[in-house]
Design a protein around this ligand. Structure first.
Ligand code: SF4
Ligand code: SF4
Length: 186
């Protein structure tokens, strides 16, 4: 009952509105701070989620293996991966094409989480405003260049990646007496 009366009195005397106005009025006497952007740029947090980039290993090799998991994980259909076999090594794949539509990205980071080889990373770059929407469609080359720019010191390729060579597979297939392509040719 008491709380009802209090609420009624607050409504009658416009207490919430007066509180809001007091706060606004108080800020009239606070010194304003204007950042002179773009001459003064804000420092972004280390975990800031900016434009997406693709990474390389220390030797310059692309990390992306074209598995398409990022494409599946993305809730906004931002990513399109065109995967292909590496010539001479049928079990090794890479992204022949990688397209990223930045205009659709909500920066959730699901694609980064989904990537099994840590090939994706979000840069601190937030300056991608443009008058042409097509500029926001990033190709693989653009994303690799962003990766080179923002994350230049990448570790070497771990030994376990790429250890599943086609030769090893063919050897094991032979041992298991599975039919292989060379059997067909022979
Ligand atoms: S950050 Fe989110 S929305 Fe953007 S590409 Fe990755 S999964 Fe899609
Ligand atoms: S970026 Fe990662 S998840 Fe996406 S295709 Fe390449 S390896 Fe797969």
């Amino acid at each position: 009952m008491a709380s009802r009366i209090t609420r009624l009195l607050k409504t009658i005397f416009l207490v919430e509105i007066l509180r809001g106005l007091t706060l606004t009025f108080r800020h009239l006497f606070v010194r304003s701070i204007t950042r002179q952007y773009p001459h003064e740029r804000p420092d972004v947090a280390k975990r800031f989620r900016g434009v997406m980039s693709l990474l390389r290993y220390q030797d310059g090799g692309e990390k992306c293996v074209g598995c398409g998991l990022c494409e599946v994980a993305c809730p906004s259909n931002v990513i399109k991966v065109v995967s292909a076999e590496r010539e001479g090594t049928p079990l090794k794949r890479y992204a022949r094409e990688y397209w990223f539509d930045l205009s659709r990205c909500v920066f959730c980071g699901f694609c980064v989480e989904a990537c099994p080889v840590d090939a994706l990373a979000m840069t601190p770059n937030y300056e991608y405003a443009t008058t042409n929407k097509r500029d926001l469609l990033l190709s693989k080359e653009t994303m690799l260049a962003l990766g080179d720019q923002y994350f230049p010191n990448q570790p070497p390729k771990p030994a376990y990646i790429g250890s599943c060579e086609s030769e090893m597979y063919l050897l094991s297939a032979k041992q298991q007496h599975y039919p292989t392509k060379s059997d067909d040719q022979g």
